[in-house]
Design a protein around this ligand. Structure first.
Ligand code: NAP
Length: 259
């Protein structure tokens, strides 16, 4: 935030997105609260994208796209969603909204989070100590973590190797969660079967980047979800009203945790 010190009366900054990693917290005075965007429609739209991605991976759409390009007619196995295990990393607003929708499709559901969570119909795992056993059961892994010092590079050679062979990956968190060179190697080795990637270390994804042309990768330009202006404005207005009434602001960023 450029020149923020100039705004001496500033008390609150409202982020227009769910993630706040674009802010350098050290540059925001302690007296200014930073508030994340938490909006139902943002969560609904994210859940739509994640359901679409989980189904595409479960029904092997990346493989059929490759087959179509080669005009190969080759049916693969047809199995119900209940035979696939979908794991979500990050059980916050968005992760939980996705799990609620995935549940309707009867996927087997798992979740991994920093603090313990109890979610109906979801087997949950907590903290770094349970990450490997969580990953080892994810046929489809969905990343919805915030980007912090503890989550940067969390999907790397070692953790990708903990997935079942041929697992699918959906990254809708942040590009920097994934060590892209390690993901490419895991895709080439068949350890990761296919990936649907919405976010990248560098955005826009550079022209020559190998992810653009990898046959088992679907690239989307950071469009998994976004705030809808009307809903977002209402959320901000409601929070300002709370503040005027002397109540605590909702969804303020914890500076220590970084999200
Ligand atoms: P949120 O409500 O703050 O939830 C974050 C969750 O991650 C919390 O449950 C938190 O656990 C967990 N977490 C944080 N650090 C962790 C760690 N080191 N290990 C394990 N779990 C950890 O955030 P949200 O609204 O769901 O949004 C999640 C992220 O989605 C955003 O930060 C953003 O990067 C991304 N996003 C992407 C798009 C897109 O279009 N691609 C759009 C919106 C958002 P605790 O509560 O226990 O700390």
């Amino acid at each position: 935030v450029a020149d923020i010190e100039r705004y001496t009366s500033l008390r609150v900054l409202f982020a227009a997105g769910a993630g706040v990693d674009q802010f350098d917290l050290s540059k925001i005075p302690e007296s200014v609260a930073l508030v994340r965007m938490v909006d139902d429609s943002l969560a609904d739209i994210m859940a739509e994208f994640v359901v679409m991605s989980a189904l595409a991976l479960h029904r092997e759409m990346p493989a059929y796209r490759v087959a179509q390009a080669a005009q190969v007619w080759e049916p693969l196995s047809i199995l119900p969603a209940a035979t696939s295990r979908v794991g979500v990393m990050g059980l916050g607003q968005l992760g939980q909204a996705c799990l609620a929708q995935l549940r309707h499709l009867k996927f087997q559901l798992l979740g991994w989070n920093r603090s313990a969570r109890q979610i109906d119909g979801v087997t949950t795992y907590t903290g770094p100590g349970e990450l490997a056993s969580f990953l080892s059961q994810c046929d489809i892994l969905v990343n919805l973590l915030p980007l912090t010092d503890s989550t940067r590079g969390i999907l790397n050679r070692e953790t990708l190797a903990q997935l079942p062979r041929g697992a699918g990956l959906v990254n809708v968190g942040r590009g920097e969660h994934v060590v892209e060179a390690d993901l490419l190697a895991a895709l080439d080795a068949g350890q990761v079967g296919a990936a649907i990637l919405d976010v990248f270390q560098q955005e826009p994804l550079p022209q020559a980047h190998p992810l653009w042309s990898h046959p088992q990768v679907w690239v989307t330009p950071h469009i998994a979800s976004t705030m809808q202006v009307e809903g977002g404005a209402a959320v901000v207005a409601k929070n300002i009203l709370r503040d005027l009434e002397g109540a605590e602001l909702l969804h303020t960023v914890d500076r220590q945790a970084g999200y």
